[in-house]
Design a binder for this molecule. Structure first.
Ligand SMILES: *Cc1c(COP(=O)(O)O)cnc(C)c1O
Length: 326
């Protein structure tokens, strides 16, 4: 067994760092969902987290561990999604600057949200410029510390606090269903679950169009794919990370996939039945439960609703779609 990038102690310490700053999000249940699935489901509502997703946990935990000099100089991130907002907000709470590199054609609402949290947005052309090169140059020139969206031990440990809280709130669980992009949330959650309830089955859920994680576990190496075409924009990663993959390989029981239509169905359920706005990526775990993608009958099942940031016009359009007949 290789030494993993994080231990449960790291998750416990991360939890101490973020407590009182991150929201202690509720765990909700639904008699209707239980009846539909024949299981007892516990939804961890990270759509109600600060900035609207679990990513605040990892971002804040990473900035909290910089040296005073690093923190004074500021941080940088390249992202057009929830990680950008997490870093912008966390930096502001620490009184430092955050430079966020985003594509010129990113949704205006996302750019505005990142600026709203105090992030200094640097735009680039994704067809002619390399974002990694731009971020590294900015970091070098301005002494900024680059914080990656998932492949960093401090980020992974911070994300794992979502599952730790879920176990503390819901009690013993037989199965844990976790959305999977680059594996920050799943790796941290797996470390927490194994330590708190060793018998719990840990299952990652990816979009059908982007099952690089499933392929990677089967192949025993990191498989890279082209940017997948899916409405789950928080899981459009092309490959797992060098820190996250070994954790998933050692601790995760299975990775399953769901279709975009199944994500929309889950979004509709949360809106209609539970009055919750959950973004497509945030529905991955729940959609797997609703679509029977994981053996959960008769079990106590923890499901992380990872985020709720979705453009309102897009949300309305998705909910208004005629349900797929399958
Ligand atoms: C980033 C993100 C994910 C995927 O998390 P990883 O740590 O990259 O696996 C899932 N859901 C939402 C809402 C996200 O923003």
């Amino acid at each position: 067994m290789t030494q993993l990038a994080i231990s449960f102690t790291d998750v416990v310490e991360a939890h101490r760092r973020i407590s009182g700053v991150a929201h202690h999000t509720p765990v909700l249940t639904s008699a209707t969902a239980d009846a539909q699935t024949g299981a007892r489901l516990f939804f961890k509502c990270e759509n109600l987290q600060r900035m609207g997703a679990f990513k605040f946990r990892g971002g804040y935990n990473a900035i909290a561990q910089l040296s005073p000099e690093q923190r004074a100089a500021g941080v940088a991130a390249f992202s057009s999604g929830n990680h950008a907002q997490a870093i912008a907000l966390s930096a502001r709470l620490f009184g430092t600057r955050a430079v966020i590199v985003m594509p010129k054609d990113a949704p205006a609402a996302k750019i505005a949200a990142t600026r709203g949290y105090g992030g200094e947005v640097v735009l680039y052309d994704r067809y002619t410029e390399d974002r990694q090169e731009i971020s590294q140059r900015l970091a070098r020139e301005q002494g900024l510390t680059l914080i990656p969206p998932f492949d960093h031990p401090h980020v992974m440990a911070g994300q794992g606090t979502a599952a730790k809280e879920l176990f503390e709130q819901a009690g013993p669980l037989d199965v844990l269903l976790v959305p999977l992009g680059g594996g920050g949330l799943l790796s941290g959650s797996a470390v927490a679950a194994r330590a708190m309830h060793p018998g719990c089955k840990i299952i990652g859920v990816e979009p059908e169009a982007g099952n690089d994680g499933q392929q990677s576990l089967r192949a025993g190496r990191i498989v890279e794919i082209r940017t997948p075409d899916t409405i789950a924009d928080g899981a459009q990663t092309q490959h797992l990370g060098h820190y996250t993959f070994p954790v998933l390989q050692q601790l995760v029981d299975d990775i399953v996939t769901v279709s975009d239509a199944q994500l929309v169905e889950a979004m509709r359920f949360f809106a209609g039945r539970m009055k919750l706005v959950v973004e497509p990526t945030g529905c991955l775990g729940a959609a797997a439960a609703f679509a029977g993608k994981a053996p959960i009958a008769g079990k106590r099942v923890g499901i992380i609703l990872s985020g709720g940031n979705v453009d309102m016009a897009r949300y309305a359009a998705l909910l208004g779609q005629v349900p797929a007949q399958d």
